[in-house]
Design a protein around this ligand. Structure first.
Ligand SMILES: C[S@@+](CC[C@H](N)C(=O)[O-])C[C@H]1O[C@@H](n2cnc3c(N)ncnc32)[C@H](O)[C@@H]1O
Length: 234
């Protein structure tokens, strides 16, 4: 077995472990706590536990106060709600899974930010209105590469796996087309994913990544370094 494929297998094994440990076993719970607030969760959606990137990224990223913020892959909606509470004038929160979209809608209501936040289903940018532009676009993406023929059997798995990093590749290639002049494109990536590959994918998309911030925390028995990257045109 080549070193490259054994690393792929090891990352994939950790991804499966995360699904087992963070996954829907506890889905009888329809609320969770994070960042000192209570959040709703539709069964089947990804609940960001303490120690996952959500907690750190939500307080670490630069928000466009008074401007327009787009979150791809909003999950339960913690970051999107936070963006509105930080003073973004308009937030669009999207996810590929209906359980995430429904959870975010509940949390937008729970935290009283309906005027600022619009929630919709979208596969990366594919379902957005083509005329829309944003000041900041952010994705806390799914970092474990799954085989291209991987079949998603539960919504939660979308928060962990990306088949052949195809969704991430599309994000990197398309994100600048959705920005207002001077806007900022952000993506997260952590050490459970393949950092060499994200840099290769960024280069293939004609972009370059600059690390804005990082931290290391313990998650499911692993030390995980979480990174926030800005995506610039090369
Ligand atoms: C790591 S989770 C982050 C969730 C949430 N933003 C958070 O921080 O808790 C990645 C999110 O991206 C979503 N996702 C995965 N593939 C996607 C795609 N092709 N288009 C849109 N969202 C996607 C997943 O459903 C999941 O909610």
């Amino acid at each position: 077995m080549s070193q490259q494929s054994s690393k792929f297998d090891e990352r994939y094994r950790i991804g499966r472990k995360l699904v087992a440990e963070l996954g829907p076993a506890d889905q009888a719970n329809t609320t969770f706590e994070l960042l000192g607030k209570e959040w709703d969760l539709v069964p089947g959606a990804y609940a960001p536990a303490p120690g996952t990137g959500t907690e750190y990224y939500t307080t670490a990223i630069p928000y466009p106060v008074g401007g327009r913020f787009l979150e791809i892959g909003c999950g339960a909606g913690v970051t999107a709600v936070w963006a509105a509470l930080q003073g973004c004038a308009h937030v669009t929160a999207t996810d590929i899974t209906e359980t995430a979209v429904a959870s975010t809608a509940l949390n937008v209501k729970r935290h009283g930010v309906e005027e600022q936040v619009r929630v919709q289903r979208s596969d990366v940018f594919a379902d957005l209105d083509p005329g829309e532009k944003f000041d900041t676009i952010f994705w806390n993406c799914s970092v474990i590469e799954a085989p291209r023929d991987f079949e998603f059997t539960q919504d939660f798995e979308w928060a962990i796996f990306d088949r052949g990093y195809t969704a991430l590749s599309r994000y990197l290639a398309e994100v600048h087309g959705w920005l207002r002049p001077g806007g900022r494109a952000l993506v997260t990536f952590n050490s459970l994913g393949d950092l060499d590959r994200i840099n290769q994918l960024a280069a293939a998309a004609g972009t370059v990544l600059t690390r804005l911030d990082s931290t290391t925390r313990r998650l499911a028995g692993e030390d995980v370094t979480y990174n926030v990257f800005e995506i610039a045109r090369a």
